[in-house]
Design a protein around this ligand. Structure first.
Ligand SMILES: [Zn+2]
Length: 246
């Protein structure tokens, strides 16, 4: 266990916090092998995020999205397991220290690690929803049918299936954003874990917390635009920082 001063300071912040929230981004799941849009992983180069993640393209060319899902998204998500950073956040919640995790990730790894209160700003790719009858299906069930059915249709009504995620060109779910904003306004410790804080409006949440008097701690591999307002900054892997202090 590290005993360096920043680690001690973070332990102190966590111990004295009454309302802590965590905000997670792609960086936390990168350690579980899930590539980011901005990464340069070879598999993902075959598919263009501007196409597979765009809502207009999803409706005009669904085969493109579902081919991407079949070849890249599904294998990445189904094989990924939570890492020590996900587990540490779940433990903090179990101890009563962490009130909520706000996440930009769509991989469901926070819940897989045991987190209960997860505000998913961009949805969850493990849920597939029928746009006609609103029935939900698991990604496993849909993936099985992709061998013979591309794009897949709802088995109940034949309707269009869509992953329950926010595409480029779609608004964030308003109820979730409202809860995330409220959590940011009322917390006294705001922990950024693995986000480069560039995707708005979510990236503004640490500022909201800061303006309401909360401490802000940023754990991210690279520097972020909000490092200057943070009380503590760690440019280290989240799994190392969190497993050392929890
Ligand atoms: Zn249906």
């Amino acid at each position: 266990m590290s005993t360096s001063r920043p680690y001690d300071a973070l332990r102190g912040f966590i111990a004295s916090a009454r309302q802590m929230v965590a905000f997670t981004g792609a960086g936390i799941s990168a350690e579980s092998g899930i590539p980011t849009y901005r990464g340069d992983d070879g598999l993902w180069n075959k598919y263009d995020p501007a196409r597979f993640a765009n809502i207009d393209n999803f409706f005009s060319d669904p085969e493109y999205y579902w081919s991407f899902f079949k070849e890249v998204r599904y294998p990445a998500i189904s094989q990924a397991v939570p890492n020590r950073a996900h587990t540490a956040l779940a433990q903090l919640e179990q101890k009563g220290a962490l009130k909520a995790v706000i996440t930009q990730n769509i991989d469901g790894l926070q819940q897989a690690a045991g987190s209960q209160k997860v505000l998913e700003l961009h949805g969850n790719t493990r849920r597939i929803i029928c746009l006609q009858c609103r029935q939900h299906q698991t990604m496993e069930a849909v993936h099985q049918r992709l061998a013979t059915e591309l794009p897949p249709k709802c088995p109940a009504c034949g309707g269009t299936l869509k992953p329950d995620v926010v595409f480029f060109g779609e608004a964030l779910p308003m109820d979730v954003m409202k809860d995330a904003l409220a959590a940011s306004q009322t917390c006294d410790l705001f922990l950024v874990v693995g986000s480069s804080l560039v995707v708005q409006p979510a990236a503004g949440l640490p500022l909201v917390a800061n303006r309401n008097g909360a401490r802000v701690v940023i754990i991210n591999r690279d520097s972020t635009p909000l490092d200057r307002i943070a009380d503590l900054v760690f440019h280290e892997p989240a799994s190392e920082v969190l497993s050392a202090v929890v």
